[in-house]
Design a protein. Sequence first.
Length: 194
Amino acid sequence: MSWTDERVETLKKMWSEGQSASQIAKELGGVTRNAVIGKVHRLGLSNRAGGSPATTAKAPAKEKPAAKPAAKKPATAKAAEPKAEPAAAEAAPAAKPVTPARKQIIPAGQPLPPQPSANEISPEALKKVSEIEKSAKKLSLLELTERTCKWPVGDPATEDFWFCGLPVQQGKPYCEAHVGVAFQPMSSRRDRKR
DNA sequence: CCCTGATTCGC
DNA sequence: GCGAATCAGG
């Protein structure tokens, strides 16, 4: 696959929408996330700029100490290149419905509105759990690994007992769905005082 | 381990 | 220009 105009457009759009490189690659098909990232860089829109420069403002002059001897990184001489104003400020950064050709999930630079669900377990979370439990891998205790959801389901005293086993949420011991109900912000036993 | 983007460099 | 391999971080 090559970078046709269309594909580049999709790339730009998704990237500006905050989609991850892998998501974009998946969407485009025929390319890896590396390809996407590479293209992004070549297009000069590495930084999801456009209007919100306040985001990931990583140090561009990221110099790597010569910690790698025979490495394949012969410290390029172009250490810090005066990356002037990115022409990225091309189009209107905001108010641009664009073509909602597909699913536009993430708003944009906006992280996400404050999560209202602070108390009690949202019915959605519970529903999500019962849903995922159907597709749970139902692992036994011995099959659990560091990256399998350790949420127990059923009664340990019966045979209807197993662990979720779905991919964990990274770091956490449970999958996303279970993390949702596992880490109750608080309460729930408030009015449950026996 | 999963994921993310960033960078280099042979092609 | 392209993107795999690699790096670096979460």
